[in-house]
Ligand binder design. Structure first.
Ligand SMILES: [Zn+2]
Length: 377
């Protein structure tokens, strides 16, 4: 690319015919150059020639000419990267304005230019001319890397991957599945590798079920799952981890619940069996996508993120076959949007009830639970 901003000049139609399917694409053939960070949907690159200081170029990790051609998971990851990089540059460099450009006329592998604008820069009052590029100095690289450090630093907290902000790691694994680089069994193994070791090493029972903080934090974030329980019955916790939710359940609901657990990780089921010896053979190892229950349940609880994106609808359909009420959550969402509910509705499910609580640690976010009744389809 010689800096992805085109130093090659050739006719647009010739370039497009060569590159549209990716077969002659230098990014795909040789890999992008000047990478300083790998994010969920893009590489962050600093081309050596730049029309303005502090210029950054995000290159899509999958070949696409137009953004809409990306599969939805990678498209979301790409735009999320753009927003996160822009926010980090804005925070670290304090430009008066950020400019965003997508062209792809000389190199039609999706890439997006981000230009932090400063008063008195050489294009003040007019568009940036990419052909007027100058060598980038080492001081420029250092300033950009400092601004981007929050995006690229490894998580300082050893339990970081347990938290719901492990989006970078999970987007990476999702991306590999979408690109056909790994199969679903490997997807599950990789996801387990993110959380199981930390669950096993947890110092508190709630950390062993994926929740940081204090006992009160756990109660506040999770106990409203019990709002879905409106009568006595059986309750299967899919993704039961160390069993702590099942352990707390009788405290959270006045109704008698016969408790069952399922987890894909044998080590966690063993841990749960140790914690809850009374439940005996109610705790099973299995993948909810193919597990065959020997009974029906009044309630089944799950998280949609326990399976690859394209299997989530199937997970909901499958679990509803053997329960009266499917409880989904707890998940974290922005207060003013309901993407999970929107998605479920688009799949033809009617949300029968919900419970939500403001996340005190993340302003503007809610802890949410919702449930679907078998009869309400
Ligand atoms: Zn390409």
């Amino acid at each position: 690319m010689g800096g992805i901003r085109g130093s090659t000049r050739s006719s647009l139609s010739a370039v497009l015919s060569l590159l549209r399917d990716g077969s002659g694409c230098p990014v795909c053939l040789e890999g992008p150059r000047d990478i300083v960070a790998t994010l969920g949907g893009s590489w962050v690159t600093l081309p050596p020639l730049t029309p303005l200081p502090r210029y950054v170029c995000l290159v899509a990790r999958r070949h696409a000419v137009e953004p809409f051609e990306l599969p939805v998971a990678e498209r979301s990851a790409f735009w999320e990267d753009v927003n996160r990089v822009a926010a980090a540059l804005n925070r670290g460099l304090r430009p008066v304005k950020l400019n965003y450009e997508i062209h792809g006329n000389t190199l039609p592998h999706l890439h997006l230019h981000v230009f932090p604008r400063q008063p008195g820069d050489r294009f003040e009052g007019r568009p940036i001319n990419g052909a007027e590029a100058l060598p980038r100095g080492s001081e420029d690289v250092a300033a950009i890397l400092a601004a981007l450090a929050p995006l690229t630093a490894p998580p300082a907290d050893p339990y970081g991957p347990l938290k719901d902000n492990a989006w970078r790691e999970t987007a990476e694994i999702d991306g590999r599945l979408d690109r056909g680089e790994i199969d679903e069994a490997t997807w599950h193994a990789e996801m387990a590798r993110l959380v199981v070791p930390a669950y096993l090493a947890a110092e508190t029972p709630w950390q062993g079920s994926g929740k940081q903080g204090s006992a009160d934090d756990w109660e506040y974030a999770r106990s409203h799952i019990a709002h879905a329980i409106d009568r006595a019955g059986s309750f299967l916790d899919v993704g039961c981890a160390n069993g702590y939710l099942l352990e707390c359940l009788p405290r959270w609901t006045p109704h008698a619940v016969d408790r069952y657990g399922l987890d894909i990780a044998p080590e966690l089921v063993e841990l749960a069996q140790g914690r809850l010896p009374d439940l005996g053979d109610h705790l099973s190892v299995g993948n909810a996508l193919d597990w065959q229950p020997r009974r029906r349940f009044t309630y089944v609880r799950t998280g949609l993120d326990y399976v690859p994106r394209h299997r989530r609808r199937e997970l909901v359909e499958r679990l509803l076959r053997y329960c009266d009420r499917l409880v989904i959550g707890v998940f974290n969402e922005e207060t003013d949007a309901r993407p999970t509910e929107t998605l479920l509705r688009a799949w033809g499910f009617r949300v029968a009830g919900r419970s939500e609580r403001a996340n005190p640690k993340k302003p503007g976010m809610d802890y949410r639970v919702l449930w679907i009744d078998r009869a309400a389809r």
